[in-house]
Design a protein around this ligand. Structure first.
Ligand code: MAN
Length: 393
């Protein structure tokens, strides 16, 4: 079968009239051949020392990624709690001044809900079952990582908005400054914090830049028409949902011009929750973003989104089928199975080296081809036809 050009919707219409919907499906579904690193998982919980005695590392996941001084660096999310005793669930929380206390509940407590491994719900209060901090590791080859000896490798939650920890940091370099956008969790809610550093020794905390409920914030790598841009993911409580938004700013701390970019799609792999990954990649066809989507069964896959280069509020195209799915055992089984989640990658020519959390427990890597992803993306016009023909993926 020849390759169909989707550059012009007119050309597309004249050609699809020859196809039965099933054959049409074959044309539309060009699978992306993401190559997993054969060394996966690259980092396991047993590779990481607990931050303090008495805690156990339960998960190492969702790293921010950057290049610095010729090396590949990951800013890991390390999730810890005490070794669990029989018939008890216990987890740490910080107080506003940084000291830690352990909260425990009897697992037979009728007011306790442990149905989601990530959460502990008790009498109307939701806690996290682990507390996360961020930890730096470095590598010469992008595969074998170790903790640096000359830098303070750990960043912990601080102040009243991080008492349940900090998570899923995106690292964006703009000129010679690294900007860290990360999830802040506390009894006050889930928001987005910003930190900046030039040397990975001194950090300036800018506080919460997007209030609850919000997460999955990544900054664009450059200004567009004199504005900074970011993706973020507010959550509607009764009305709306878990959609990806775009905002712009003059100073990276005050964000406006809010645009709801893409929504969840009923019946699709991204039907319940979506959120942006790392900083989008500038390509000839537009800003390419890899985002995660979850369905009703909390299965997390990855897809691609393409935005106009000069006006990123315009959606050019979006994946119909996932470009990366949990398939390997280390992705389907673990602390929270059936999850691939990325918030960090490096780009070299056509190749994206993507690092991702698998089953919320280990860190893995895979390469993806930018041209292959772009080729798989159909214009919004084609997506609407697919929706109208009621073809589900
Ligand atoms: C949420 C976040 C991520 C996590 C996924 C899958 O989106 O908390 O940190 O990896 O869920 O559990």
């Amino acid at each position: 079968m020849g390759v169909v050009s989707f550059n012009s919707s007119h050309a597309f219409f004249s050609r699809i009239s020859h196809y039965h919907p099933v054959n049409l499906c074959q044309i539309i579904l060009e699978k992306i051949s993401g190559m997993r690193f054969k060394e996966n998982p690259l980092i396991k919980t047993s590779d990481i020392e607990p931050s303090i005695e008495g805690l156990k590392v339960e998960c190492v996941l969702n790293p921010g990624v950057f290049k610095y001084q010729g090396k590949t660096w990951l800013l890991l999310r390390v999730a810890e709690r005490p070794v669990q005793k029989e018939n008890q669930i216990s987890f740490p929380v910080l107080n506003g001044s940084g000291s830690m206390k352990i909260i425990s509940f009897d697992t037979n407590d009728p007011d306790l809900d442990l149905s989601d491994a990530r959460l502990v719900k008790h009498k109307g209060i939701t806690y996290l079952s682990t507390i996360s901090h961020l930890r730096l590791v470095q590598s010469d080859d992008g595969i074998h990582f170790s903790e640096p000896t000359d830098l303070c490798a750990e960043i912990h939650g601080k102040g009243p908005y991080e008492t349940f920890g900090i998570e899923d940091c995106r690292v964006t370099q703009i000129n010679d400054t690294f900007y860290l956008t990360y999830t802040q969790v506390s009894e006050n809610g889930v928001g987005v914090g910003l930190m900046e550093t030039r040397d990975w020794v001194h950090f300036e905390r800018k506080g919460m830049i997007l209030p609850p409920h919000n997460k999955d914030c990544s900054l664009f790598t450059e200004k567009i028409n004199d504005n900074y841009y970011c993706f973020h993911r507010p959550s509607g409580i009764d009305i709306g949902g878990n959609f990806i938004w775009l905002a712009s700013s003059k100073n990276l701390t005050h964000w406006g011009n809010q645009t709801c970019l893409i929504k969840t799609r009923p019946g699709y792999w991204d039907s319940v929750r979506i959120g942006a990954g790392a900083a989008p990649i500038k390509t000839e066809r537009g800003w390419l973003s890899i985002y995660h989507g979850a369905d009703e069964n909390n299965r997390y896959c990855l897809g691609a989104l393409l935005l106009d280069l000069d006006d990123p509020t315009k959606v050019v195209a979006r994946s119909e089928a996932p470009i990366f799915e949990p398939i390997e055992e280390y992705e389907t089984c673990g602390f929270f199975g059936n999850v691939v989640f990325t918030n960090g990658h490096l780009v070299n020519g056509d190749t994206i080296s993507m690092y991702y959390g698998a089953a919320d427990e280990v860190i893995c890597g895979a390469t993806l081809s930018i041209s292959e992803i772009l080729h798989s993306l159909k214009s919004e016009v084609v997506s609407k036809i697919i929706t109208r023909l009621n073809i589900n993926f």
